[in-house]
Design a protein around this ligand. Structure first.
Ligand SMILES: N=CN[C@@H](CCC(=O)O)C(=O)O
Ligand SMILES: [Zn+2]
Length: 411
């Protein structure tokens, strides 16, 4: 299968030798070619250039992209896309005055989703999740991380990860899986958190590893969930199985989880709505990617991650959706990018870098995703006719995508 895109108004994120990640002022630079072409063969980007030197290929019709921008598909490094049912009632409860924490204390929140998921068959869970996956692909996402964490029993956690793996096999999108058994303490262990930690360490982790269901491990390190020492225990145990940490930290409170993540060589630390100077210092010089989830801040009306400050401190930043039924029932990376510009004061170039190259890094996909580079996966978004790439976050809420190509397939 060959695809040639011609007369592209602007080809974004073109990198001959793509860096693994971008930090600080590097994030301001978004290399582009105006009036460009792009050639795809099977699932791979083969070549690109300016229309002044367009390749000629016999026997098939190129796709004319006059007035349209072409860019790499989004890399969404943090999602909980596999879940059962929804939590619409909690949304209404919050409108009526209850906080996210109060709802959780009453047995709602993550435990509510866990109950629903335990009662849902694997086939039904797959069906519900596949619908959401098709939607995010149409919204331009080409690589996605999916966490467990709504099972909270060994069998239900494994079920979630099997569903995520099956989605990876059946759809032209790259999915990376993360084991998040430590998402909340299930009600059966309400007065015995150590008992649940033992279950995670002695039963869940070995099974996840043995069945090769996840590459990453996550912990919700937060007051009322898992402490820094709980987190360190799980990360140390997970290391024995070569699971790499990608953790939830600093969503509501800064309790030292960022430094713990860095100490355990976390690939990413995610949320960071509450960030201290000590957290910023802990990230400096590390290989850990800070990940902001602005749709979660929008939906819960909590502070936005100080992305401007993170970048101005010379650090990298990635953007992701956090797609889940409780805090972010949206998998729309276009909205994430727009909200990062509008609320976190990232420039469009910084936000696009954060949602492509840096998102790929936060999933261990730097070599294959996140930029227009020869040999990388043919994952691209063709926009509708728009005046410039800054128009994408500017016209937030508009559906500006004409075509999405993933693994060289038009979807
Ligand atoms: N904060 C922890 N986990 C999810 C939300 C969980 C839920 O409310 O279901 C998040 O990343 O926001
Ligand atoms: Zn999350």
């Amino acid at each position: 299968m060959k695809i040639l895109l011609i007369n592209i108004k602007e080809l974004l994120q073109v990198r001959e030798n793509a860096p693994k990640l971008l930090l600080g002022t590097q994030m301001r630079d978004l290399p582009t070619i105006k009036n460009a072409w792009l050639y795809i063969e099977n699932d791979t980007i083969r070549d690109y250039g300016s229309m002044d030197n367009c390749i000629e290929l016999e026997g098939f019709k190129p796709i004319d992209c006059t007035g349209k921008i072409v860019m790499p598909a989004w890399c969404d490094s943090h999602s909980h896309l596999v879940y059962a049912g929804n939590r619409e009632q909690e949304f209404i409860d919050r409108i009526n005055g209850l906080s996210y924490q109060e709802i959780a204390e009453k047995g709602g929140g993550i435990l509510n989703s866990a109950k629903k998921l335990q009662e849902t068959s694997e086939a039904d869970l797959y069906k519900q999740s596949a619908e959401r996956l098709k939607e995010v692909m149409r919204l331009g996402t080409g690589a996605l991380e999916i966490k467990s964490g709504y099972g909270l029993t060994t069998e239900a956690e494994l079920k979630m990860l099997r569903v995520a793996k099956k989605l990876n096999e059946n759809f032209p999108i790259t999915i990376k899986t993360t084991f998040l058994g430590a998402h909340a303490v299930p009600s059966e262990y309400q007065n015995d958190k150590d008992g649940y930690l033992n279950l995670i360490c002695n039963e869940m982790l070995p099974k996840v590893a043995d069945q090769k269901l996840a590459e990453y491990v996550d912990v919700f390190c937060e007051e009322g969930y898992f402490s820094v020492s709980d987190t360190e225990r799980i990360l140390s145990e997970a290391k024995k199985y070569e699971l790499i940490p990608k953790i939830h930290v600093n969503q509501f409170n800064a309790i030292g989880g960022v430094a713990a993540g860095v100490k355990h060589n976390a690939l990413s630390v995610d949320h960071l709505e509450v960030l201290t100077p000590e957290d910023i210092n802990a990230l400096k010089g590390s290989d850990t990617m800070p990940v902001a989830l602005p749709s979660c801040s929008y939906f819960l009306s909590i502070p936005y991650t100080p992305g401007r400050e993170i970048i101005d401190n010379g650090l990298p930043l990635a953007l992701a959706t956090d797609y889940n039924p409780g805090s972010t029932p949206s998998g729309n990376m276009n909205f994430v990018v727009a909200t990062a510009c509008i609320k976190m004061k990232l420039t469009p170039a910084e936000a696009i870098n954060a949602a492509t190259i840096n998102g790929a890094y936060a999933m261990g996909l730097s070599d294959t995703h996140g930029s227009i580079t020869k040999g990388k996966k043919a994952n691209v978004i063709i926009t509708k006719k728009i005046p410039s790439y800054g128009y994408l976050p500017y016209a937030f809420g508009s559906y500006l995508i004409d075509t999405v190509i993933l693994n060289g397939e038009k979807i």
